[in-house]
Design a protein around this ligand. Structure first.
Ligand code: HEM
Length: 181
């Protein structure tokens, strides 16, 4: 995955847990410094190892860690110079969700070799949207849940996010139900 993702883990840990915890994670995960360069392509195995080691050091489930990274994602990407993305791709959470494929397509024009997820929105009612999430990777769905929670704060649109359908042998993607309150 692009170094932008790995760097999010690094900055999240430094912010929430401090440099000694981060040093322990680096030592145990044995990931090289260059996987934290945000423009750089890195093998997914580095990201998974980083997440696994970080979860072990913190004593939390990988899914909880990934969701926390998602909650940090808006603040993080703004700090990495992507704040214009939040102005360009929607003035509301609904509009932003409709534009997720376009957003990742544009990001793919500046970052090399990315394999981004794809999304499909289904408007169920004025207060409910179902977001279908397709990825070639495993285990990243909590990132979507966390990012949606952060977007809800960003746009000041309180909502409940339910992981309605999980990818499995029967279904090739995840579905999130977003109920606007
Ligand atoms: C400033 C905004 C954003 C930027 C710059 C960004 C950029 C990226 C990049 C570079 C990747 C790595 C892809 C790869 O290396 O193959 C990625 C992955 C991902 N993005 Fe975004 N993204 C943004 C917003 C969002 C939003 C709003 C969502 C969903 C609500 C989202 C969901 C994901 C997920 C779940 C992945 C993990 C990869 C996967 O599922 O296969 N992103 N994004």
């Amino acid at each position: 995955m692009n170094g932008l993702i790995n760097r999010a883990v690094k900055k999240f840990i430094l912010k929430e847990y401090g440099k000694y915890t981060w040093e322990e994670i680096c030592y145990k995960s044995k990931v090289e410094d260059d996987v934290f360069v945000s423009m750089k392509f890195t093998e997914d195995s580095h990201s998974y190892r980083l997440i696994e080691t970080t979860s072990e050091v913190l004593g939390v489930e990988p899914s909880c860690l990934i969701e926390s990274i998602g909650r940090y994602w808006v603040e993080y990407t703004e700090s990495e110079g992507y704040s214009m993305v939040f102005e360009m791709f929607g003035k509301s959470m609904k509009e932003f969700m409709h534009n997720l494929n376009h957003l990742h397509f544009k990001i793919g024009c500046i970052l090399p070799n990315i394999d981004p997820p794809t999304f499909d929105t289904k408007v169920i009612s004025d207060s409910q949207i179902n977001l279908h999430y397709y990825s070639n990777r495993e285990g990243m769905a909590p990132l979507v849940k966390g990012i949606l929670a952060a977007l809800s704060n960003k746009f000041n649109e309180p909502c409940e996010i339910i992981h309605l359908i999980k990818k499995s042998n029967e279904t090739d993607h995840d579905v999130f139900q977003i109920n606007f309150l």
